[in-house]
Design a protein around this ligand. Structure first.
Ligand code: SER
Length: 510
């Protein structure tokens, strides 16, 4: 195969290196000094401070492949994973960057050249989009004279104004999409009869091969846009979908993201697990087990990379996301008839497919396999009983003609059987049954209240009586250590003390 995923990755880096960009490695999935995000969800996140002008970049042109996780916040694809053939929680984003250097013209021209000349995609298959108010980008496309006018499409904010989250650097974008032909047109069942086209969701006929964002504003908490001191280029191209498009053109078959060489290496390992430990269904033969194959392959990447970046399964924030992912993957294992820990086998596939590009996952391989297996074993003890409870409840609900699982049952699944709420919802989705989330949350709140009351009785817990007007200045974006003045202190004979200092790098939520 000519365009293996590894080769596409390298060709992108080489193309922009030849055009004056410095190749930099992917940053960690854990954002540094950015309390607005749980995970890096786009290639631009590690460079946010350069866009905002609060840090000066070492290079004005950079190219990289960034590990991204879209599993929380504004960009969250978790629910779609497995159900279609092109959503991921973890994915690799190819990006070239201009920090106040070149702008729209070069970004557009170079991407066109990369896609059509290097990757060899026939221009007849391509479309460009621009924001309806971004005349500058539209004129650049027209001047480039590579696409007929009716294939330079205008859209509004939803499609052509890119933002990383509710706040942060943002701006108009221009995208390049490929039409993979009618054979690729398979609108999902929740989009029946739709007319598939560029920017219409729910079908893999038209897919985006590049998102070129022209960062020129910062959005603040009040929603206001302020122009940035300089204009920047932030591009993002999902490696997996480029591989799917190029490998489809090469083989003459319509391939989804999970059919590319990289994912096949992982899926083969899951097939071995299913054969040795489960019911032996291979991938590609049954709609339901295919969903589980894709979900496991996706989640195996997420757990592998999160653990390599220092996250371990636990009960809060990032740790809980990882725990949920492992538990969801373990549950999908049950659907392949696997009733024993097996995710370390899928993880080995990830290391085999991606360890050369990301040495950190090779280095962490033993630790990762152990952490995954431990979590899986722990959950495995209650998973089957939890699934049985769901089955019993489903039968009861269906018989009564209702459509909702009571909050008490969801809470029991959480509290007694270790089922994260989203896992319960995921199981029920196949049966079109909702969860009474409000009831679940009420019970969670009551439990927390009981915990708080219990802690209040704990004499060792330090308490500080803050005088009026005591305030700490947050310095954490730029500083991680420092000396400061103690404004207040508390704590009794026990070994816990608490202090309030004038300046702190700790963000209250963290
Ligand atoms: N920030 C844009 C995106 O995530 C382009 O890199 O799609």
């Amino acid at each position: 195969m000519r365009w293996t995923t590894a080769k596409i990755r390298q060709s992108f880096l080489d193309f922009f290196a030849e055009r004056g960009h410095t190749i930099v490695p992917s940053a960690s999935l854990i954002p540094k000094g950015d309390p607005t995000l749980l995970f890096v969800n786009a290639g631009m996140v590690p460079f946010k401070d350069y866009f905002l002008g609060v840090r000066t970049p070492q290079y004005l042109r950079v190219v990289d492949v960034q590990k991204c996780l879209r599993i929380s916040g504004k960009h969250n694809d978790l629910e779609a994973v497995g159900r279609d053939t092109y959503h991921h929680t973890f994915f690799e984003m190819l990006g070239n960057w201009s920090f106040g250097d070149y702008y729209k013209e070069e970004a557009i021209r170079w991407h066109w050249e990369l896609i059509t000349k290097v990757w060899g995609v026939d221009p007849k298959l391509l479309y460009a989009t621009v924001h309806k108010d971004d005349k500058e980008s539209e004129d650049i496309w027209i001047k480039l004279n590579v696409l007929p006018r009716d294939r330079i499409l205008r859209f509004g904010d939803k499609d052509n104004f890119w933002e990383m989250g509710p706040t942060g650097p943002c701006g108009y974008n221009s995208e390049i999409s490929i039409d993979r032909g009618e054979a690729a047109c398979s609108p999902e069942k929740n989009h029946p009869g739709q007319k598939c086209f560029v920017n219409v969701d729910g079908c893999e006929r038209f897919i985006e091969l590049g998102n070129l964002v022209f960062i020129q504003y910062n959005r603040d908490e009040s929603g206001k846009l302020t122009p940035l001191p300089k204009k920047h280029v932030d591009t993002g191209t999902g490696l997996e979908r480029v591989a799917a498009a190029l490998q489809s053109l090469e083989t003459g078959k319509i391939l989804g993201n999970y059919d590319i060489d990289l994912f096949q290496t992982i899926i083969k390992k899951i097939e071995i697990a299913a054969k040795e430990l489960g019911d032996g269904h291979p991938y590609g033969k049954n709609v339901d087990s295919d969903i589980s194959y894709r979900a496991i392959a996706d989640h195996a990447r997420t757990m592998t990379f999160l653990i390599a970046d220092g996250v371990m399964p636990g009960n809060t924030d990032r740790e809980y996301v990882l725990r949920r992912i492992i538990r969801r993957a373990a549950r999908h294992g049950r659907y392949l008839g696997i009733h024993r820990p097996f995710l370390a086998m899928a993880h080995a596939g990830v290391v085999e497919a991606m360890g050369d590009a990301y040495p950190e996952i090779k280095k962490a391989a033993a630790k990762t396999a152990e952490a995954i297996t431990q979590e899986e074993s722990r959950f495995g003890e209650t998973l089957d009983r939890g699934l049985e409870l769901i089955d019993t409840e489903l039968a009861r609900i269906k018989k009564s003609g209702a459509h909702t699982l009571p909050g008490e049952i969801a809470f029991k699944l959480y509290d007694t059987y270790g089922f994260p709420l989203d896992l319960t919802e995921d199981v029920l989705r196949n049966h079109s049954i909702d969860v009474d989330v409000a009831g679940f949350n009420r019970l969670m709140e009551e439990q927390k209240e009981r915990g708080r009351a219990a802690r209040k009785d704990d004499a060792a817990a330090p308490e500080i009586n803050l005088g009026a007007g005591t305030a700490s200045r947050f310095v954490g974006y730029h500083t991680y250590e420092g000396e400061s003045e103690v404004l207040a202190a508390g704590g009794k004979d026990g070994d816990q003390v608490a202090v309030v200092v004038a300046e702190t790098p700790f963000y209250p939520e963290g």
